[in-house]
Write a protein that binds this ligand. Structure first.
Ligand code: DC
Length: 219
């Protein structure tokens, strides 16, 4: 295995921003596993598969070839030969990915791809089950969280900066609904690994969190 850092936590805790910054500083590859689950969701939506039908989802999963490429330090998800990055971040895909990712066939497929990536490279990988299921022997494990009110406010401000008008209360409700699904599913639920360091970012800046994690990696 390479040198592996696992970062897990709920949606909007800042995992990808922090993981990208730490990767840049420590010369690691950043692996965004949420993007892989999002790509499978895009594939199933395009195939009009009934997402609640586990057998149909499992059968279709075999038709989805997912690989990861890097352009500079940007991760590009390739679905059956196509770069699907532009389709991964819509509200619909965000909502439905938490339904799709609850299914064991989907998780098994992506877990083996993630294990291979971690074996081939020194990486920082973020997701929901990295420290518990994918890389239980990671060198450093972080559980990154923040209150749902803070996470909703960050998302609201991100959208506002892009000129998108949205409802703060609705964003918080959506975040809490996704948290509930991710934490209560039967397969690989989001939970803090017993040997993960808890970092609550509610009152911290991006720089503070980045420095803290780098110091944990260097220790
Ligand atoms: O991190 P994200 O918001 O891009 O993740 C999208 C969804 O995928 C989220 O609902 C949880 C799920 N996911 C997961 O179940 N396991 C992972 N390792 C990564 C993401």
């Amino acid at each position: 295995m390479g040198y592996n850092v696992a970062i897990d936590g709920p949606a909007g805790a800042g995992k990808s921003t922090i993981a990208r910054a730490v990767a840049g500083r420590l010369g690691l590859i950043y692996v965004d596993t949420g993007a892989m689950y999002r790509a499978i969701t895009v594939f199933l939506l395009r195939k009009h598969v009934d997402l609640s039908d586990e057998k149909a989802v499992a059968a279709q999963c075999n038709e989805a070839d997912i690989t990861i490429r890097y352009q500079g330090n940007q991760q590009v998800v390739i679905l059956n030969g196509e770069n699907v990055n532009p389709f991964l971040r819509t509200e619909e895909v965000s909502r439905l990915t938490s339904v799709v990712s609850a299914q064991s066939a989907v998780r098994e497929k992506l877990r083996s791809l993630q294990i291979r990536l971690a074996a081939e490279s020194d990486c920082i990988m973020d997701g929901r089950d990295i420290g518990t299921c994918v890389l239980p022997h990671a060198d450093v494990k972080i559980y990154l969280t923040a209150s749902s009110a803070v996470r909703a406010k960050r998302r609201y401000e991100e959208q506002a900066a892009r000129g998108i008008v949205c409802d703060l209360k609705q964003i918080q409700a959506d975040i809490e609904e996704r948290d509930y699904r991710d934490m209560h599913r039967e397969v690989a639920p989001l939970v803090q690994a017993s040997d993960a360091v808890l970092v609550d970012t509610s009152e911290m800046t991006i720089e503070e969190v980045t420095e803290h994690i780098i110091s944990l990696c260097r220790r």
